[in-house]
Design a protein around this ligand. Structure first.
Ligand SMILES: Nc1ncnc2c1ncn2[C@@H]1O[C@H](COP(=O)(O)OP(=O)(O)OP(=O)(O)O)[C@@H](O)[C@H]1O
Ligand SMILES: O=P(O)(O)OC[C@H]1O[C@H](OP(=O)(O)OP(=O)(O)O)[C@H](O)[C@@H]1O
Length: 285
């Protein structure tokens, strides 16, 4: 990399590999003074937190594990990389609660978060000195630790739960819910880039929002328009257009994707016809 070519550019850090990297559809920037820099997801919070890099994408869990939550601002949740950091124990063992596990051996890649979590439990149970929970770090394949006799329980990320079940483990508590987030420095070095940071944030927010909404369009007898407006209120108000048949109207409205099936059921129940759902490519809302 030619370092001079980075001068004056907004530096935007993206995970160079791994789960979050695979979900990103990255385009190179030609019409803005921005340089994309690919870094390990775990290093992104500290680069952004120290202000060397202006914007970044990483996991919420990664920020807390790096103890960077006061140095970075989470500007936007990105809706991917969703997972939970959970306490897991062998399904067949005697340990059923985190209180049962306290004082025993816990293996994890999240030493900081697991340490804080069990510190609070140890304190509540008045465990001190040798009685305290022992947290040990491993870099990966954490789920193997119990079967290998290294641990009585683990703290690891769970998404589908397939890894956990395949290892004969079950979750007994959630330490943290996480997803990928867009972050900026809480104490930015390049203050002249504030407007560009705003612009990029607003563009990414548009793409994120477009994946959460669909456009719902239907025809309805005008007599039922008040009821229809309650079912599809839109963000500000539904768009109502006249039809050649004056007793009917066409309605168009944004609806949250997760609610669309119920919304359609309710529209059918009040006599709506020709209901159509459209995906959004992009939006600003
Ligand atoms: N199973 C998962 N589902 C969704 N998001 C996940 C999952 N596992 C991890 N993540 C998110 O991705 C981040 C990076 O995890 P990942 O395991 O990809 O690490 P990596 O070091 O970048 O890559 P790798 O472990 O493949 O070398 C995690 O901190 C978490 O925010
Ligand atoms: O609930 P699931 O959908 O099975 O996902 C959970 C797994 O994903 C992550 O590991 P990853 O595959 O990134 O490998 P790693 O062990 O190298 O971190 C995590 O550490 C779990 O092992």
């Amino acid at each position: 990399m030619n370092l001079e070519s980075l001068d004056g550019r907004l530096l935007f850090a993206l995970p160079k590999k791994g789960r979050l990297h695979e979900k990103l559809d990255v385009c190179l920037v030609v019409n803005h003074p921005i340089a994309l820099v690919f870094l390990p997801a775990s290093d992104i919070p500290s680069f952004v937190g120290k202000g060397n890099v202006d914007l970044g994408i990483t996991g919420h869990d990664v920020i807390l594990e790096a103890k960077m939550e006061k140095h970075v601002t989470e500007v936007l949740r990105l809706g991917f990389g969703k997972c939970a950091l959970q306490v897991q124990v062998p399904e067949t063992g005697a340990i059923r609660t985190v209180d049962d596990l306290a004082g025993k051996r816990v293996v994890t890649s999240f030493e900081v978060l697991a340490g804080e979590y069990f510190e609070a439990i140890d304190t509540r149970l008045k465990l001190s000195g040798d009685q305290k929970t022992r947290i040990e770090y491993v870099g990966g394949s954490v789920e193997a630790a119990c079967a290998l006799g290294l641990a009585d329980g683990i703290v690891d990320l769970v998404e589908s739960g397939d890894t956990m079940r395949a290892a004969g483990l079950q979750a007994i508590a959630t330490v943290l819910d996480s997803e990928a987030v867009l972050i900026k420095s809480s104490v930015p070095k390049h203050t002249d880039l504030a407007a560009l940071i705003e612009l990029i944030t607003s563009r990414i927010a548009g793409v994120v929002a477009s994946s959460k909404y669909v456009v719902c369009q239907y025809n309805i007898a005008r007599a039922h328009l008040p009821a229809a407006s309650v079912i599809t209120p839109g963000r500000r108000a539904p768009t109502v257009s006249p039809l050649e048949d004056e007793t009917w109207a066409a309605v168009s409205s944004m609806v949250e994707k997760g609610k669309i099936a119920t919304v359609m059921d309710r529209l059918v129940a009040i006599g709506a016809e020709d209901i159509m759902i459209f995906n959004l490519d992009n939006c600003r809302v």
